[in-house]
Write a protein of this length. Sequence first.
Length: 259
Amino acid sequence: MNIVLGTRGSRLALWQAHHIKELLLKNVKDVTVDVNIISTRGDRILDKALPDIGGKGLFTKEIEDALLEERVDIAVHSLKDLPGELPEGLLYIGSPKRADCRDTFVSKKWSSLSGVPDGGRLATGSMRRKALIFEQNPTITCGMLRGNIDTRLRKLEEEDWDGIIMAAAALERLGMHDQITEFLNPESFVSAVGQGAIGLEIKESRPELMDILNNIIDEKTVTAVKAERAFMRALEGGCSVPIGAWGRLVNGSLALTGY
């Protein structure tokens, strides 16, 4: 059986798609896997903050359209980009083991986020991160930051910002762990819903794919992120709402920190 994965074209998105490909080839017999790159609206509009673009599914809609039209079999997303409510006929089937869910502080000037002085200049395109920064120090100003990982790191130097906030998983997956200045505690700097997890989406009418993907899905990860996504749905959160959630299993019980 040949399986076609649909993904965005960024270096991080391709890493994630090829990671899923490797897991499938390792754990499922008699399959071949192709990767189909699909450009999304969020990829094409880089001069606006996400809330200013408007709408949900900015990084997923075009891939979901390809799913519905069966041009691809499985959509591979950064789970934090996947809206809480999916189009009719589509299903979030699960995730492999989650990477580090934490945010990080990246800076060439300061050793910690708390060390940024009053009036400091940070940058982020996330409403959640901006709200958490202002909660910690309301005198800090936040510039708008969009683009792929390499672009963000380049802008940090070009704009002479005091620092930027980035997902630990993104930097670690691309071998850029050395860029991390500080890991931020998710109890207080609550992560995005699904952060660090790869989300796999299929058509509900493809039960054979459910059976295949069960070979690579991590149940502990799925339990945690489904709780986070339920929290987001209850608050009707999207890119324009500063919502965070961190789910994890503690001594066999589910714990959830929300923001």
